[in-house]
Design a protein around this ligand. Structure first.
Ligand code: CTP
Length: 427
């Protein structure tokens, strides 16, 4: 499946260094996905990597010349090799070494300069990401641990390998993560340099809440969580620390978001209130139930009667509660809600904006074609407390999310940074 263009990757120049590992083949997929997302990818292959995969593969997926040796004198298409490392390094926004073998990690940690990857790492001033891949025993060896620590202390981002089965048949930690994880790490690294929400804590709610009837049944709605997850990803791309409070959706958690799983409106409210002291922005994309069964049966309800009458009672309105509270606390600095409507879209949304003391309400007619629950796209109007109203054409939920995050970042520009970060509060 083709990847959408990704704003944070669009027009970025990424060097991909591939060292020799059984995981080298995975880098071809990573290169391909980066190119599809809009990046230009310059690949450097070590001699050992070429035992596993050929330069032609990378040339085909990147459309760029592939660099294989610092001794190579053929300059056709690529940069003259005597300056290739400098030329590549100068124009790069990010240098990703994936997979990185124990041998190369040792060379990088000690400043070796005997191949094009090491030379380029010494020359470049952009962020470097290293994704180790090796047998578990090699990854745990004190020499590797020390070398990785050295690199991290120098600002290199190390992607933790995954646990699993190796080519050797052994089980342990040392497997190169799959492409979506690597892409997520790359996006976040770029976001942390260029984004408008660096060092901000953004809390996003997503999914439809589940209100229990008995131990096996619940009442819910059609929310898929897709729009909320897209908002969380857009906030990560903007460099934010993101907490995603979500009901079970089956969607992959955006890489580097902290996920808090909840079920009911009450649990969601508790999670939101707990995080408010550190939240710069709260985006309530969840479809929170307005009513829940008044009594939850302790045991599974048996079909002894022909009818079952459920008495429902109101849940608390989380957005309203937060909107009222922040009049006193000032937290969160930016508050965004959604208005899922089936009629009188703008009128109802405007009234929610005011009543809930939000900065923005994202109004969507959930019955419109290409909009609402389950859909991959959305059609929204963004209403601001400053009286602004912008109707966006039908677009992907990712694009809608970016439009929301741009506004959140713009509002936060005038707000000073808080001193607490989320992890400090948990302790
Ligand atoms: N919301 C909430 N808590 C609730 C219900 C809704 O925080 N108990 C939030 C939603 O996350 C959304 C916004 O309020 O951001 C509007 O939700 P919506 O369902 O459109 O509206 P309601 O306020 O529930 O009003 P109504 O159902 O009467 O249209």
């Amino acid at each position: 499946m083709a990847v959408e263009r990704v704003t944070i990757l669009d027009s970025k120049r990424i060097i991909l260094g591939v060292t020799g590992s059984i995981a080298s083949y995975k880098s071809a997929d990573l290169a391909s996905k980066l190119v599809q997302a809009g990046a230009t990818v310059d690949v450097i292959l070590t001699e050992a990597a070429q035992q596993f995969i050929t330069p032609l593969t990378f040339q085909a997926v990147t459309g760029q010349p592939v660099y294989t040796s610092m001794w190579h004198t053929d300059t056709s298409g690529g940069l003259p090799t005597h300056i290739a490392h400098v030329g590549l390094a100068e124009g790069a926004d990010l240098f990703v070494i994936a997979p990185a073998t124990a041998h190369h990690i040792a060379k990088l940690a000690n400043g070796f300069a005997d191949d094009l990857i090491c030379l380029t790492a010494l020359s470049c001033r952009c962020t470097i990401i290293v994704a180790p891949a090796m047998d578990g025993s090699m990854y745990e060896h004190p020499a590797t641990v020390e070398n990785l620590k050295k690199l991290q202390e120098r600002g290199v981002i190390v992607i933790e390998p995954e646990e699993g089965r190796f080519a050797s048949g052994l089980i342990g930690r040392g497997r190169l993560p799959e492409t979506p994880t690597l892409m997520g790490q790359i996006r976040h690294a770029l976001g942390r340099e260029w984004g408008g929400l660096i060092d901000r804590h953004v809390v996003v709610t997503a999914g439809g809440t589940r209100e229990a009837i008995d131990p096996v049944r619940y009442v819910t709605n059609h929310s898929s969580g897709k729009q909320g997850y897209a908002v969380a990803q857009a906030a990560l791309d903007a460099g934010a620390n993101v907490t995603l409070i979500s009901t079970p959706t089956g969607l992959p958690t955006p890489v580097n978001a902290s996920l808090i799983l909840v079920e009911s409106a009450e649990e969601m409210q508790q999670a939101v209130l707990d995080l408010l002291p550190t939240a710069d922005a709260l985006i309530m994309a969840a479809a929170v139930a307005d009513f829940r069964p008044a009594e939850v049966a302790a045991q599974k309800i048996k079909k002894t009667e022909d009818e079952l009458v459920l008495r429902m009672t109101r849940t608390e309105d989380i957005l309203l509660t937060v909107g009222q509270q922040r009049k006193q606390t000032g937290r969160p600095s930016v508050l965004v809600g959604f208005a899922a409507e089936t009629q009188d879209l703008i009128k109802n949304a405007k009234s929610k904006l005011k009543r809930k003391n939000a900065d923005y309400i994202i109004a969507n007619d959930v019955t419109a074609p290409g909009a609402g629950f389950q859909s991959e796209t959305n059609v929204v109007t963004i209403l601001g407390s400053d009286g602004s109203s912008i109707s966006l054409p039908q677009q992907t939920k990712a694009a809608v999310a970016e439009a929301i995050i741009q506004r959140v970042a713009a509002r936060l520009q005038t707000v000073p940074h808080h001193t607490t970060i989320p992890d400090e509060v948990d302790e």
